[in-house]
Design a binder for this molecule. Structure first.
Ligand SMILES: *Cc1c(COP(=O)(O)O)cnc(C)c1O
Length: 416
């Protein structure tokens, strides 16, 4: 196993792009071979590519629009490469580091800088070094900043981020960004003569469980557009598309597409208006998992494991996401609920779950935790020195089924 390299999982944006993850067959085989004592990040490239392909296809059929991948969700080069293979050509970036990695990897990528509050140096870097032309904003001050840095340029794309009401999302994003109706109207009128591409964008909140939120968001965009009375080139309905977790079964993705198509149809926009969306979680969650090892079992239902809220399991902490779990060995014991403690010395490093695992689980066992391709490894820190991890490619099925994705039986046979 000398060809497996150790690396810090922190700061994938600063990693050397020439390093590619090692190709191994299945998670179980990999655990048997490596007996990993540090968390093992697993990527399923075929799942990522197939998920991206399906999403792009559904969105195209619904509104004929463009799918921008929200890079912050997982900027790992191996993930970006798999999404690109699945047809992703547009990238929603929020920092110069994200822009740089996309530009370096893909010559034909369309990069959009969709963070509504940027510093001047970042705008200058995006504009001068990376030829980014599309910027989002939600205030007059930000518009002034963008104009001052880029100069009056006839190739500018300006996207006004609209405030959204609090909704049914697991992560409410309504408090931080977004212009009110009056502000948005003023911004659109001022931006129209300055922009080659003028758009409105919004985000209904992450892991949005209600498809109707998109229709409602589009209706708000429609009111802003009508009140401004200026021509709009792009309506960007944002991210927020949900994935399955053990306690959350979202409506079928097609219902989200239907809601978006209905909302857009109701606006009666000119034919040439482009529709964009910015999925993050929905494209990458299923394509990543983490294998952890049990270091202690205490009090019957508490497991100390070697990853936690300062590592890949941030969402299992305060947000209390329940992730699908699987014991990596044969056990016929019934399942019972467990909570997890992470490896750091902080008592906040606790994940209450419940996570369902066999009753006979013990110290030394390995557990695969699924749906962690989104907002998992990318949130890791090096707190307490627990930042070692390895990345391996695997071909087996993710823990929760991904609609529209079938593993080729030959691949699984080869891997067995
Ligand atoms: C985070 C983010 C996204 C992606 O959100 P998901 O809920 O992961 O789909 C899209 N657009 C913007 C502007 C974001 O900040």
């Amino acid at each position: 196993m000398a060809h497996i390299r150790f690396r810090s999982a922190v700061a994938p944006l600063r990693r050397n792009l020439s390093h590619r993850p090692v190709q191994l067959p299945t998670v179980d085989r990999m655990v048997a071979d490596l007996q990993p004592a540090e968390p093992m990040h697993c990527i399923r490239p075929q799942v990522l590519s197939a998920t991206a392909r399906r999403f792009i296809d559904l969105f195209d059929r619904a509104v004929g629009g463009d799918v921008l991948y929200a890079v912050k969700c997982n900027p790992d080069p191996a993930f970006l490469r798999a999404l690109y293979r699945g047809g992703v050509r547009h990238f929603d970036c929020a920092s110069p580091a994200e822009i740089r990695i996309v530009r370096q990897m893909f010559a034909d990528a369309h990069v959009h800088y969709m963070h509504p509050v940027k510093n001047r140096a970042a705008i200058a870097k995006a504009w001068n070094d990376f030829a980014v032309r599309d910027f989002s904003l939600d205030s007059q001050e930000e518009l002034d900043k963008i104009l001052a840095v880029t100069g009056a340029n006839d190739d500018l794309g300006l996207f006004i981020r609209l405030a959204m009401p609090k909704g049914a999302a697991a992560y409410d994003l309504s408090g931080k960004f977004g212009a009110t109706l009056e502000e948005a109207v003023a911004l659109l009128r001022r931006a129209r003569p300055l922009a080659r591409r003028l758009g409105v964008c919004f985000h209904v909140g992450s892991q949005m469980m209600d498809p109707a939120a998109y229709e409602a968001g589009i209706a708000i965009a429609g009111r802003v557009i009508a009140a401004a009375g200026v021509a709009i080139d792009v309506v960007d309905v944002g991210g927020g598309f949900p994935v399955a977790y053990p306690d959350m079964t979202p409506p079928d993705l097609q219902l989200y597409m239907d809601a978006i198509a209905r909302g857009i149809a109701a606006l009666n926009l000119p034919r040439e208006t482009r529709i964009w969306c910015e999925p993050g979680r929905a494209l990458v969650a299923a394509g990543g998992s983490v294998v952890v090892q049990v270091e202690r079992r205490r009090g019957g239902d508490e497991l100390f494991i070697n990853d936690g809220i300062y590592g890949s399991l941030s969402d299992a902490g305060v947000p209390a996401f329940r992730f699908p779990c699987r014991l990596i060995r044969r056990s016929d014991a019934p399942l019972m609920p467990f909570s997890f403690w992470g490896p750091t010395c902080d008592s906040a490093d606790r994940m209450k779950g419940p996570f369902l695992l066999p009753t006979d689980i013990r110290e030394g066992d390995w557990i695969e935790i699924g749906q962690l391709g989104a907002y998992g490894a990318t949130l890791r820190t090096e707190f307490n020195g627990f930042d070692q991890a390895r990345l391996v490619e695997v071909v087996d099925q993710p823990l929760l089924a991904t609609p529209g994705h079938r593993i080729l039986p030959q691949l699984l046979e080869m891997a067995a």
